[in-house]
Design a protein. Structure first.
Length: 355
């Protein structure tokens, strides 16, 4: 796509929030990127406009049939004042994978990355500079045609918004307590579990609320058929270090192919750490714990990067991991990936884009 991006700057810039109290996803920059789709025109009219509410018809198909996908990325400000993106091409590939599954037209990933870079340049002053902070990037696509027929929409809108976010771990990487979910199901093979679709997250909220009431940070999802094989933890991929070997559930049609996940696997392989992608049951995890072989457990995702797990609760069993402390490998992975993302470590893998 070669259409020029039109730019309309805001006349009333917002006051920037206190960088010490950012939290996650609570504040938004002055501008957003918008692009429309029509079945007769394709993707067209790319523009950057002031951040504002969206006016939509009550019959817009996204409200009724859930055609909505999104991505999550981050931009970092390096010590030299440059902006750094971490593997944005992988996010665009995954966005098109989600589009395909939900019947949404494919986007030109290179053009959307160009649009994101243009948007960030305009709102660059919003990128926080404190250690661990970043500018969260949320591209999403919604079905906008006003029609109550169950089919793919004829019109869509792609929007990118930006949010300055605080350090996920303000007090250091503290391992969390996780409850193994035995009742609810997040996704099933053949469904949309592998897509970054809004509906996936709606399906997870009730179990997460219940877990938090019981004092847990998140839930560990099991497969929908046998309720025994590990899938994801919350909205993150998960890894187990058992007897010196790292194991993560294989991508099976219901598990999201995480960008951080693939980065972790690549790093482990480089470091000579045995790593397997395969089916892994909760019984195998429990047995490893009983034998003293369950050395580390950690989730991976855009927001936290690495989220160490200190306890797993399954039925009446409590599995304590590494005495509730972060493991050496988890810490090394976190330090390496965040070092690459911030530009403090050399990028020998061509994972980053700096501009």
């Amino acid at each position: 796509m070669s259409e020029e991006i039109k730019v309309q700057l805001t006349a009333t810039p917002a006051e920037k929030p206190d960088s010490q109290k950012l939290g996650f996803g609570k504040y938004f920059t002055d501008h957003m990127f918008v692009m429309d789709y029509h079945k007769d025109k394709g993707w067209h009219d790319p523009r950057i406009v002031p951040y504002a509410p969206i006016v939509m018809d009550p019959a817009a198909m996204v409200f009724h049939y859930g055609q909505a996908v999104f991505e999550g990325m981050k931009a970092y400000l390096t010590d030299s004042g440059k902006v750094l993106l971490f593997r944005p091409d992988q996010n665009m590939q995954r966005l098109n994978c989600s589009n395909d599954r939900l019947g949404i037209p494919e986007i030109d990933g290179d053009f959307v990355i160009h649009a994101i870079k243009t948007l960030i340049e305009i709102d660059k002053s919003w990128i926080p500079t404190e250690k661990g902070t970043s500018l969260y990037i949320r591209p999403f696509i919604i079905a906008t045609e006003p029609c109550l027929g169950v089919r793919s929409s004829y019109t869509y809108q792609l929007i990118v918004i930006l949010s300055p976010v605080g350090a996920y771990y303000s007090g250091g990487l503290e391992p969390v307590k996780i409850n193994v979910e035995s009742d609810y199901t997040r996704a099933v093979r053949g469904g949309i579990g592998f897509a970054k679709a809004a509906g996936n997250y709606a399906a997870s909220i009730k179990a997460q609320e219940n877990a938090k009431k019981d004092g847990f940070s998140q839930v560990l999802w099991l497969d929908a058929i046998e309720k025994k094989y590990i899938e994801e933890v919350g909205s993150m991929n998960i890894f187990f270090k058992i007897g010196g070997k790292v194991i993560t559930p294989a991508i099976n049609g219901s598990i999201l192919k995480g960008v951080t996940r693939s980065s972790v696997i690549a790093l482990l392989q480089e470091w000579g750490v045995p790593v397997e992608e395969r089916k892994l049951s909760i019984d195998e995890i429990f047995e490893a714990s009983q034998q003293g072989l369950l050395e580390e457990v950690f989730g991976t995702g855009t927001a936290a990067v690495i989220s160490p797990v200190g306890e797993l609760h399954w039925k009446e069993h409590t599995m304590k991991i590494n005495e509730g402390k972060i493991g050496e490998l988890s810490q090394k992975l976190y330090d390496t990936i965040t070092g690459l993302q911030s530009g403090n470590l050399p990028d020998t893998r061509n994972w980053t884009i700096t501009f």
